[in-house]
Design a protein around this ligand. Structure first.
Ligand code: FES
Length: 347
């Protein structure tokens, strides 16, 4: 979620206090519009800090010129927001319907296009799954000269399965490895839980089943395997970088740089960025340490952790770019292999 608007009506010179407002951590901007009975407006905006906790108090004096003072964050636990009239003729408390309090699937006071995120996520993921399934069953056009599709890398000879009722392809044996890494990725979990389970579909939007939240228990416990799938993903990077080098030097008549070489290298780069920006990798290099200055290899681990932390901030971006990268690279290799396009050579 990027922004939330809250509209409040109150009489002039009335002082209002929002206490313990529950703000989603993704919220970048909270705008509170105070509409006065005389149709004058005051507005307060709060940029969120990236790492802040969600508990906060906001104090507004709804008069024509004076408004908006932030109170220090309250240490008390998050509660639904209350609007209290602490000045003026109305001393009683009133409820403010912040968007986070809406119930019922899709109900919200948000006015932004909150559905675009989950809808796009669902569409892209379904498209990728359908495409990858088609390619896994197609079992051809994955090799052209030294070019190898990432969906078939490493190259596995499946001729032993000839005659089986369901044809076995190398992609069928391979896709489970990187697929399990993506499936259990902390970022993708959030994205596809929202897109497919809609529980809730977005921040501050009513969920499908508000009373039944079990967290990642029972079947979803497999998500804890993410730290192990990380090792699988790192192993695949070796094959992908090998393919990238071969796309440059693996030609029968010497070394050539072609468009395909660049695309295959771009794919290996994006997948490396995605893998090494992983939260589990960040923990692997820098976690489980009380003090870097006294830990073994502490200095090295600290600088690695800082680098990975910088990458980690862009993990979502790398997640999507690398997904598109895999699809594009496979499509390119397939197009060259089946003769649909001609590979352009630079040298
Ligand atoms: S958190 Fe996304 S790959 Fe590890």
């Amino acid at each position: 979620m990027d922004a939330v608007d809250v509209a409040v009506e109150c009489v002039r010179n009335e002082r209002v206090l929002f206490s313990n407002i529950l703000l989603p951590t993704e919220l970048k901007k909270l705008t509170i519009r105070v509409r006065l009975t005389t149709n004058e407006r005051a507005e307060i905006s709060r940029e969120s800090r990236r790492d802040r906790k969600v508990d906060r108090s906001i104090h507004i004096v709804a008069s024509r010129r004076s408004w908006s003072r932030m109170l220090p964050a309250s240490p008390s636990p998050c509660k639904p927001a209350t609007l209290q009239s602490t000045f003026g003729p109305e001393m009683a408390s009133k409820s403010v319907h912040l968007p986070v309090l809406q119930s019922g699937l899709g109900n919200t006071l948000r006015r932004d296009n909150w559905w675009v995120g989950p809808a796009t996520t669902g569409l892209v993921l379904v498209t990728f799954i359908v495409y990858a399934t088609f390619r896994a069953f197609e079992n051809k056009f994955y090799l052209s000269g030294p070019y190898l599709s990432p969906m078939y890398s490493p190259l596995i000879d499946t001729s032993f399965a000839k005659g089986w009722p369901i044809p076995l392809s190398g992609a069928m044996l391979i896709l489970g490895g990187p697929g399990s890494f993506r499936l259990t990725c902390y970022y993708y979990r959030k994205a596809y839980y929202r897109a497919f389970a809609m529980d809730p579909p977005a921040c501050a939007v009513g969920e499908r089943n508000a009373k039944k939240y079990n967290g990642e228990t029972k079947l979803l416990l497999f998500q804890n395997l993410h730290r192990f799938t990380l090792y699988v993903a790192i192993a695949f990077l070796f094959f992908l970088w090998h393919d990238s080098v071969m796309a440059l030097i693996g030609w029968n008549d010497g070394v050539h740089l072609k468009v395909g070489t660049l695309i295959i290298t771009m794919n290996a780069t994006l997948l490396s960025l995605y893998t090494f920006s992983c939260h589990a990798f960040r923990h692997l290099v820098g976690g489980n340490v009380n003090s870097y200055s006294t830990a073994r290899f502490g200095k090295l681990r600290h600088s690695l952790w800082k680098t990975v932390s910088t990458l980690n901030e862009k993990h979502m971006l790398f997640a999507w770019l690398s997904l598109f990268g895999v699809m594009l690279t496979d499509l390119y290799v397939r197009s060259v292999a089946c003769g649909a396009i001609t590979d352009v050579r630079f040298f």
